[in-house]
Design a protein around this ligand. Sequence first.
Ligand SMILES: *[C@@H]1O[C@H](CO)[C@@H](O)[C@H](O)[C@H]1NC(C)=O
Ligand SMILES: *[C@@H]1O[C@H](CO)[C@@H](O)[C@H](O)[C@H]1NC(C)=O
Length: 349
Amino acid sequence: MANEASFWFLFAHLLLQILKANAKVPAIIVFGDSSVDSGNNNGISTILKSNFEPYGRDFFGNQPTGRFSNGRIPTDFISEAFGLKPMIPAYLDPMYNIADFATGVCFASAGTGYDNATADVLSVIPLWKEMEYYKEYQETLRGYLGNEKANEVLGEALYLMSIGTNDFLENYYILPKRSSEYSVEEYQIFLAGIAENFITELYQLGARKICISGLPPMGCLPLERTTNMFNGSDCVEEYNDVAKDFNGQLQGMVMKLNKELPGIQLVLSNPYDILLDTIQDPNKFGFEDAETACCGTGLLEMGYMCNTINPFTCSDASKYVFWDSFHPTEKANGILADNVVKNSLAQFL
Ligand SMILES: *[C@@H]1O[C@H](CO)[C@@H](O)[C@H](O)[C@H]1NC(C)=O
Ligand SMILES: *[C@@H]1O[C@H](CO)[C@@H](O)[C@H](O)[C@H]1NC(C)=O
């Protein structure tokens, strides 16, 4: 009797170990824009960079890296939560090589969008080019680990996509081309179609565990509130409504692809509610200011305008939801990442 009980105990224990080993994510692979870019823009010819102080002043070694924050970005925290490195290196950063990229790599580029025309605005890396880099990475990884092991890593890896805000705020609402071609509803359909094609191609290349992020309440970014200065600096409701609509479109696309592509585990992460929560009730999360950013006056500065000559930068970024006029602080990024891990990625842990 005792023997039988201990046999079943051992058996269950082993089974659990096997399941756990199988469930483990060996690498995190990132596509997107500045919300997740860890430094790919440093080496390209664009004016949209952040590899100088005070960016990164709370990062490891107080180093500016090209992340658009005072410290880590959400994907760094997610990597750590999965037991991987506490930061995901940028693919184009010459400091890193395939040994580093084997457990995490970032192809994201600040300023880019789903729409090719968005990447053109500030000459950054278009999404299709991020895919080309990914294909190159697959080949290098196969050379490094051998085909069998590399394919296992690529198939078990977690793929994170975070992109889309710039299509609206840097392109559609600023430049005449897309807004004369498409209504905002049509533009959303156009973008969601690009997202669908991108995910389908990733799947065909072997990806299975994929998380696509929806849009934040982008009307509440300090830069957008500044344009609303004569109306009490409120959040721009129209932009928030577009974000909510677009997130609904993405949700529909996610359900569709989960039915169509056997074995895919596609999830939507939605930063909208948690970020709006921190903005509407900053004290609850330990913040003091959710309207203006830490860097400079907090109304306009990002990129080169956010620099050490600017005398107004705050001394403690952890009191702020936003680091510059377009991007959250490290503390807010940690809250966002926590939320994503709990609500969207728990099944992959
Ligand atoms: C974006 O540009 C690439 C490269 O020129 C092209 O292959 C792709 O079809 C374009 N995407 C759209 C949606 O036009
Ligand atoms: C200005 O504020 C009012 C009341 O909060 C709102 O109804 C209106 O849409 C706002 N206008 C703009 C341009 O955001």
